[in-house]
Design a protein around this ligand. Structure first.
Ligand code: GLV
Ligand code: GLV
Length: 335
């Protein structure tokens, strides 16, 4: 066997994709680290083999971590998801096995809100169509009725899920002179701080000029935006999704965009994800699709990595994770 005696005493961890250098170096001090270096995620079979003997797993949102996978990793003491969302993990299965699961809230809030607002502005002012227009050589003169979009100032923004990211988006919208309504999320300080008015879901759908989704994907939010909800929206409504693709029924959205039932959509996340280049959604002029970039800045991804590393190291030491999504595992241990 390779490695020194000391190295052999270090816990072993698997990281399912290359991460920024700073958190990686920090983990290497304390652990024997294996990083999956492929651009594509490990296949199910590769992942199963890779975690057979590890003490810790750092997973990405591309990995489905379920009971079957966990049973293939009998030594596993902690799962650290490199994301705030954790719909890719069967948390109940981890809890049943006494395994704490960590995520990375907070550190990506502002970056994700920036991204949602960038998509909102881009869709409202038809930035992507404008770029294509110039590239195609269609720009021959100035035209009073060409590529007209929607006013953002003075418009009503409906936020579905006024949590951390929804609130950070509301702060941006406020300085743009938008009126803010929201449904879901019950933090009164967030609402007061941004003059956001709580409304029922149907009112939000009917009254918003822009709708931005900020809910986790759960059984309750799966396809929360379907044909009926799209039909209630204004014909000029712009729908922004930086949450999870599964919150929207994709087929219903394609239909609504094709028939002009809503004005436009701007999507950072899709169902399925990734979406193939020949999918109709990708070719609709009134739809912008970008490849899940909400937290994709250098500084934010490094902060996510540091938090994910802290979660992993705490779990390996048997200490509570700084950000644990199933703290009930600790109660179970003491019982
Ligand atoms: C990204 O989508 C995340 O959940 O962090
Ligand atoms: C998660 O929802 C976050 O805002 O960090």
């Amino acid at each position: 066997m390779g490695g020194t005696r000391l190295n052999n005493m270090k816990p072993t961890i698997f990281i399912s994709r290359m991460i920024p250098d700073r958190p990686l170096q920090q983990l290497k001090i304390a652990c024997n680290v294996t990083v999956w270096e492929g651009e594509m995620p490990p296949t199910r079979r590769e992942l199963t083999a890779a975690i057979a003997e590890v003490d810790g797993l750092m997973s990405m949102l591309t990995e489905q971590v379920d009971a079957e996978l966990l049973d293939a990793a009998p030594n596993l003491k902690v799962i650290s998801n490199y994301a705030v969302g954790y719909d890719n993990i069967d948390v109940a299965a981890a809890t049943a096995r006494g395994i704490p699961v960590g995520n990375t809230p907070g550190v990506l809030t502002e970056a994700t809100a920036d991204h949602a607002f960038a998509l909102l502005l881009a869709a409202a002012r038809r930035i992507v169509e404008g770029v294509a227009y110039v590239r195609e050589g269609a720009w021959k003169t100035w035209n009073p009725i060409q590529l007209l979009g929607y006013d953002v100032h003075g418009a009503t923004l409906g936020i579905v899920g006024l949590g951390r990211i929804g609130h950070a988006l509301a702060k941006r919208a406020q300085v743009f002179g938008m009126k803010i309504i929201y449904h879901g999320g019950s933090n009164e300080a967030y609402a007061r701080d941004t003059n956001a008015v709580q409304v029922d879901f149907e009112t939000l759908l009917r009254e918003s000029d822009f709708i931005s989704l900020h809910t986790p994907l759960t059984e309750n939010t799966y396809h929360m935006i379907g044909a009926d909800e799209l039909a209630m929206m204004k014909r000029s409504a712009v729908l922004v999704n930086t949450a999870r693709g599964g919150v929207i029924d994709t087929d219903a959205l394609v239909n609504a965009l094709q028939r002009g039932l809503i004005g436009a959509a701007a999507l950072d996340v899709t169902e399925p994800e990734p979406i193939s280049a020949d999918h109709p959604l990708v070719h609709l002029p009134n739809c912008i699709v970008v490849p899940h970039l909400g937290s994709a800045t250098r500084a934010t991804r490094e902060r996510m990595g540091m938090l994910a590393a802290q979660n992993l190291l705490a779990g390996l030491r048997g200490e509570p994770l700084p950000n644990c999504v199933n703290p009930i595992v600790y109660a179970k241990r003491e019982a």
